[in-house]
Structures are given as C-alpha cells and as structure tokens.
Design a protein around this ligand. Structure first.
Ligand code: HAM
Length: 434
C-alpha cells in the first residue's frame, strides 16, 4: 500500500468501521434482535431527521442536550430540523402519529441507529454514535421495570458481560421535581457565586440539571443538599419499593443511586444507568427510565412508558463478545483462462450452504501468488474472524478443468487432495460447521 494523503477526512467526531469490526457490530445487533424478539419486542425504524420542536418539548429546552448539543439547521424551506440526538422522542411521535398509541397495549418496540450530539469528542464519546434501545408503552406498574431490565440483562449476558449492576433511583412525579427544584434553589443559593455561568443558569431555570454538572463545586454543594428520594410522593415511593422487590426476585443486580437524575427532562419515577469498567470517563454504557408523561405531552393519550438506550460504541468496546468464527474457501484459478471455471465452482460451493465464506481470486494471479495471500489470511485467522481449522484453498487449474476435478488444500495442515467436482459437497461438507 503506497503513501496517500487523503483529500477528504471524516467529519470530526464521526468514524468509519470496517470488517471485521463492522461484522462484529452486525453480529451483536443480530444477537440483540434475537433476544428482544424473544420478549415480544418488534423493531421500529424512525427517521434521523425530526422537527427541532419535538426534542425541545420532550427532552427539555433547558437540558444540555437541547440547549448545546443538537445538530439543528433550517432546511431549504426554512423549517427547523434536527438530527436526532436520541430516539425516544421519535418513537413516541411515531407511535402517536400512526395511531398505535390508541391501539392495543402494551406496545413493545426496539430500535438501533445513529444519533447525533455536538459534544466534545473523546474516547467513547462521538458526535455520531449508535444506540440500541427499547421502549415499552402502556404499562404503569413495576412489572414493566422488571421486564425491561430482565431483557436488558439477557442481552448483556449474551454479549458475555458478567458482574454488571444497575444504578437505580426514582425521580418521582412532576410535582416531586418541582418541590426538589425549589429545595435545591434555596439550599444552593449561597454557593451559587462559586458556580460557573452555565450552572448558575441551571440553578435558575432547571435546578435538577445541576446533577449533570462535572464541576466539583457544584457536586459538593449537591452532595450535602436535598435528593429526589426526600420528595417522593407516597405512590412513587411504593412503586420504587415494588420495583426493587421484583428486581431482587428476578436476580437483577442493582444498587440504589440517590444522586442519579439523568440528563433528560421526560423522566418520571424510575431512572437507571449501567456503567462498565475500563471505559475511562465515558463509562455509562446505557441509560433509561420511565416517562409516564411524555406521550400525553406530545399530544397523545395519557400512556405510561419506560425504556432504555445502550450506547453501541461503548457497548462493543467493553463487551467480551466475539461473533461465531466462519470457515473460508478461497477459490484460486491457476491462470486467467481458469477464471470462468473458478467462478462456477465458487458458486457451487456457496450452494452447499453452511457458514463458509467463498472468495474467488478474481485477478487470476496464479497459484503461487494466490497461495501467498491464502497463507497470510490463515496466519491472521482469529483476528479476521475465521475458524483456522476450516480454511481451504480450492485450486482450479488446467489439469483440474480437463478432468472436471478440483484440488482442495486444507490451510491448517497443508494436506491436499484432488477429487471430482461432483464430490465437492461430500468433501467440503466435512469442513463445514458441524
Ligand atoms: P442517554 O443517557 O442520553 O439516554 O443515552 C444513552 C446512552 O447512549 C448513554 O448511556 C451512552 O452509552 C450513549 N451515548 C450518549 N451520548 C453518546 C456519545 N456522544 N457518544 C457515544 N455514546 C453516547 C437516552 O438517549 C434515552 N433516549 C434513553 C431512554 C430510552 N430512556 C427511555 N427510553
């Protein structure tokens, strides 16, 4: 590979993902689909573009997300559009717009897709990133929390995670937040002069958002101050206790996190997060909670709901998950004249089924060069996602063609055998996955 100086580069905070890493992502998404559909969740696909107003109304005008992090622009007709920074608002909009919000309940939906936030990029934090999420609408009782978190843990363990635990809290109702906000304003008034401008604005406009601040001054003022739990109404307190009881019964490990309020305004009652070791400062692999008022706030019926979103980039960085290894058959023409036969034989091998990848040496470089590449692939088998014991070179040369034969070389042992084409299924079949 020669030196190139690229004329274009990816936009800051975005990235390209190539095989085999992209294969690993796709495979993890397939695991997700299989686990979630086992719980009756169906995939919903909503647009990346939504009206700006949708996020202002749902996530909240004074949140950092809406206030500072959205990719917002006017389209050619002057409408204000935003690249979705999260997917819950879009799902709720879609559910209302389609009429599903007034149909049979509950609604169980999941999604995977890119989200956009204008944040300062760093390890685990991108401006374009992917989320895998699920939303359960129409269930107000604690069984919803139990199902959502059980499903989440089923997925996390399918990816090989062990020892994860949910941080759990309740932020109560809108009235709780109102009272907590008032209490925070008076408790923190005397410290406010030591806060930055942004946090002073939050104290004024939306004191709960101070919990998102990274400023140690703010954090230490908050540590001594009031907590959501102190302001919970009786029904929310009971709900929280029932959630804890069900999670214990389900064997979902959790710890109470009284300082957890989450950065989005739509949450009511249950909020949760999961962090993973070894990810540095951006260690939250997922977050979620209940949003019992959102459907109604966006013009739908009063419908309780709960959900979560996993940051797929962080998830895959932390997950021990490796996709199942595949076999590989490299079909190598001895010379350019052997290409038509090689293409035909490659197609026959594909028809045998199984999980073999079948690649033809389309440049017809001859056995020597092509075997060089085959051995190179073999030496990196694990890294490339191949099962070293099931890697073959299928040689198609003049001699083979004349006799309607193929020569198959097993890369791990170097053993080589020539047999008739009609025996391909039988011979290579043995090399396919048991
Ligand atoms: P969120 O906490 O804003 O919640 O995002 C969920 C997850 O997305 C985070 O825990 C993190 O793993 C990932 N994430 C967020 N920002 C970035 C970034 N800049 N780069 C990489 N990963 C990132 C929500 O979005 C809610 N919609 C979750 C929800 C669903 N609540 C109820 N239903």
């Amino acid at each position: 590979v020669g030196e190139v100086s690229p004329r274009y580069s990816a936009v800051k905070g975005t990235r390209d993902i190539f095989p085999p890493e992209s294969e690993r992502w796709g495979s993890a998404e397939a695991v997700c689909r299989s686990v979630f559909s086992g719980y009756g969740y169906g995939e919903v696909r909503t647009p990346v573009l939504e009206s700006t107003e949708l996020f202002a109304r749902s996530v909240g005008e004074t949140t950092d997300l809406v206030h500072k992090e959205m990719y917002t622009f006017a389209d050619r007709k002057g409408r204000s559009l935003t690249l979705r920074p999260e997917n819950t608002a879009g799902v709720v909009r879609a559910v209302i717009e389609s009429g599903a919000a007034t149909g049979p309940m509950p609604l169980r939906l999941w999604y995977v897709g890119t989200q956009y936030r204008f944040e300062r990029p760093q390890a685990g934090r991108y401006r374009e990133f992917r989320q895998i999420g699920a939303e359960l609408l129409g269930v107000g009782g604690p069984a919803a929390e139990a199902e959502i978190l059980t499903m989440l843990f089923a997925f996390l363990s399918a990816l090989g995670f062990v020892g994860l635990s949910v941080s759990l809290n309740s932020v109560g109702t809108a009235a709780t937040r109102e009272r907590l906000g008032e209490a925070l304003r008076s408790a923190l008034a005397s410290s406010a002069s030591r806060f930055g401008e942004d946090d002073r604005r939050k104290l004024e406009q939306n004191p709960l958002r101070l919990f998102d601040s990274k400023d140690p001054e703010v954090q230490s003022a908050l540590a001594a101050g009031p907590r959501p739990m102190d302001f919970l109404d009786e029904a929310s307190r009971r709900h929280h206790q029932e959630v804890c009881g069900l999670l214990r019964q389900a064997g979902i490990p959790f710890t109470e996190a009284p300082g957890l309020v989450r950065g989005l305004d739509y949450y009511t009652r249950t909020v949760f997060e999961v962090v993973s070791q070894g990810l540095g400062s951006q260690d939250a692999i997922l977050g979620g909670g209940r949003y019992d008022g959102l459907v109604e706030a966006l013009g739908g019926p009063a419908l309780p709901a709960i959900g979560f979103a996993i940051g797929e980039d962080r998830l895959l960085q932390a997950a021990p998950y490796r996709p199942p290894l595949r076999g590989l058959a490299l079909v190598l023409p001895g010379a350019p004249e052997d290409l038509p036969a090689a293409l035909r034989i490659a197609e026959e091998i594909r028809k045998l089924g199984g999980d073999l990848s079948v690649e033809t040496d389309l440049n017809g470089r001859g056995f020597k060069k092509a075997m060089g590449r085959a051995n190179d692939l073999f030496s990196r088998a694990g890294e490339l996602g191949f099962d070293a014991g099931r890697m073959f070179a299928v040689l198609v040369g003049e001699r083979e063609r004349a006799q309607k034969q193929v020569t198959v070389k097993r890369l791990s042992t170097g053993e080589q055998e020539t047999f008739s084409e009609s025996q391909l299924a039988e011979r290579l079949g043995a090399g396919r996955q048991a």
